[in-house]
Design a protein around this ligand. Structure first.
Ligand code: CU
Length: 187
């Protein structure tokens, strides 16, 4: 039993160890357009503002419109704590999702999304048409990652760390129980 307690203690320490650094992740503190905005005309650019400097070279914003059409224009730019991308003139009215992927200043990737609604249809045509196989559940890659992160309340990475730690904890407990059982079992 003492062994089990020791293992549990070690596992808890490990849990704290992996959760603490996750707090240093960059956090989205604002956007233009803001999340949930209702727009009568499309924005020229989408700008995301984080709480601290974003690393260069990994950041990417994709703009996905109704039916999976794509509307971002040009490369994603990183300027200090701001990450932005150009947007083509928008087309159909409906919901547009700016999915993002950035590298935190602490070296961890962070994904998420900002959603806005175009209330009046524009005249633009998509940078990329809707995927041919519309039966596919989700376009793989960035938008899927962003959607997943959003489902986790934007704390995708933190959740991953916690799940990983719990798996470790569970494994350690099973090993400890087996060992205790072996010692006590009559042969
Ligand atoms: Cu981090």
């Amino acid at each position: 039993m003492r062994r089990l307690l020791t293992v549990l203690l070690l596992a808890c320490t490990a849990l704290l160890g992996v959760v603490t650094p996750a707090q240093a992740h960059n956090v989205l503190i604002g956007s233009d357009p803001r999340d949930g905005a209702q727009l009568t005309s499309g924005p020229d650019r989408i700008t995301l503002t984080f709480d601290q400097t974003v690393r260069q070279g990994f950041a990417q914003i994709s703009v996905t419109g109704p039916d999976g059409t794509r509307w971002e224009a040009g490369k994603t730019a990183v300027d200090g704590a701001k990450v932005s991308v150009g947007v083509k003139p928008l087309g159909p009215a409906g919901q547009y999702v700016a999915g993002y992927r950035i590298m935190s200043s602490d070296g961890h990737p962070v994904v998420g999304k900002v959603t806005f609604t175009l209330t009046v249809a524009g005249t633009g045509t998509a940078a990329q048409p809707a995927p041919a196989d519309s039966a596919a559940p989700q376009t793989p890659g960035l938008s899927a990652q962003a959607a997943e992160a959003a489902q986790n309340g934007g704390a995708g990475m933190a959740v991953l760390w916690i799940v990983g730690a719990l798996v470790l904890l569970g494994g350690a407990t099973v090993v400890a129980l087996r060992r205790t059982g072996d010692q006590g079992a009559p042969r």
